[in-house]
Design a protein around this ligand. Sequence first.
Ligand code: HEC
Ligand code: HEC
Length: 231
Amino acid sequence: MKNLTRILSALLLFSLNSYASDDLAEGKRLYNEACVSCHGVSGETNADMQLTVKPRKLKDSILSSSQMAKIISEGGRVYGAHSDIMPAFKYVYEKKQIDSIAEYVSQTFNTKRDAKIKKLLSKSDAKKLNKKKMDKIGKKIFKRNCSLCHGIKGDGNSIYVEESKANKEFLYPYDLRKTILGEDQIFLIVKFGAHYWGADKEDMPSWKKKYDDTKLRSVANFVKTKIVGTD
Ligand code: HEC
Ligand code: HEC
C-alpha cells in the first residue's frame, strides 16, 4: 500500500512537472516573440532602446507572477504608469498565454524576488502605531515630499513634472491611485527607490536616509489606504 501511494504520487508529480514545463516553454517562446526587444533576453533590459521611459529590468522586478500577468494583459497605464510604452497584450494573446509568459519571467530570471522581499521585511524595525497617528505622519510626508512629483492627489501630475518636460528631463511618476502594489511593496519601493527594483533612472529616490522605517511604513500605509482607488 505504501509503495502504491509512492508510485501514485510520483506519477502525479511527474505529470504536474511536465505540464508546468510545457507551459514554461510556451512562455519562453512568447517572451522571445513579444518582449525581448524591449526587456532583453534575461530581463536585463535592452539599454540601447531610444524610449523616453526605459523598459524595466524584469529580473529585478518587485512584482509577483500574477501582478505581472495583469500588467502584461492591460498595459502599464491602467496600473498607473505615466506613459503608454508598456503595451497591453490582451488584444494579442489569450489569458493562458499571458499567464505562461509571467510564469516564465518569474521562474527563470526574476527568481530572487520572494527571498529578497522576505529578508528586507524581516530587517524592518518599524514600530506599530495606531492608524490615526500613521495617517498623520503619512499625510505630512506625502505632502512635503511625494506630492512634488506624484501631485497632491497622487495622480502623477504636478508643476514639477510639467517643468521637467519643458526642460527635456522627462519625469514620469506613477498615478498612485492606480498602483497594483500592496502596502509591503510600496514600503520597499519607497525605502530603496525604484532603481533598486528595476527602473532605469533614480527618479523615484530611496528615502531610507531621510526617514526611519516607522515613518516610511506610515507613508506606505497612507498611499495604500488614502490614495489608491480615489479619483
Ligand atoms: C515597446 C517596449 C516594450 C515591450 C514590447 C514590452 N514592454 Fe514591458 N515595459 C516597457 C516599459 C517602458 C515599462 C515601464 C513602464 C513605466 O514604468 O512607465 C515596462 C514595464 C513592464 C512591467 C512592469 C514591471 C515593474 O516592475 O513594474 C512588466 C511586468 C512588463 N513590462 C512585462 C512585459 C512583458 C512580459 C512583455 C512582453 C509580453 C513586455 N513587457 C513588452 C516596455 C515594453
Ligand atoms: C523626484 C520625483 C519623485 C518623488 C519626490 C517621489 N517619487 Fe515616487 N516615483 C517617481 C517616478 C518617476 C516613479 C516611476 C518609477 C521610476 O521611473 O523611477 C515613481 C514610482 C513610485 C512608486 C511605484 C508605483 C508603481 O505602481 O510601480 C511608488 C509606490 C512611489 N513612487 C511612491 C512615492 C512616495 C510615497 C513618495 C514620497 C515619499 C515618492 N514616491 C516620491 C518619482 C518620484
